[in-house]
Design a protein around this ligand. Structure first.
Ligand SMILES: [Zn+2]
Length: 50
């Protein structure tokens, strides 16, 4: 099931799988916020996409 993470900066990051979502959230965190995001943190922020 696709999931979406709403970043506090307003960006919405969608992934078709947990693996894809975690990868995209980690890339976003690093590039935009200079922050390492753990897999657990990324999944904890995830919500089911419509
Ligand atoms: Zn962000």
């Amino acid at each position: 099931m696709a999931k979406v993470v709403s970043c506090p900066c307003g960006e919405k990051i969608t992934g078709e799988t947990d693996d894809e979502l975690v990868k995209l959230v980690q890339e976003h965190g690093k590039e935009v916020h200079q922050q390492e995001v753990s897999r657990d943190d990324a999944l904890a922020m995830a919500q089911p996409a419509e």
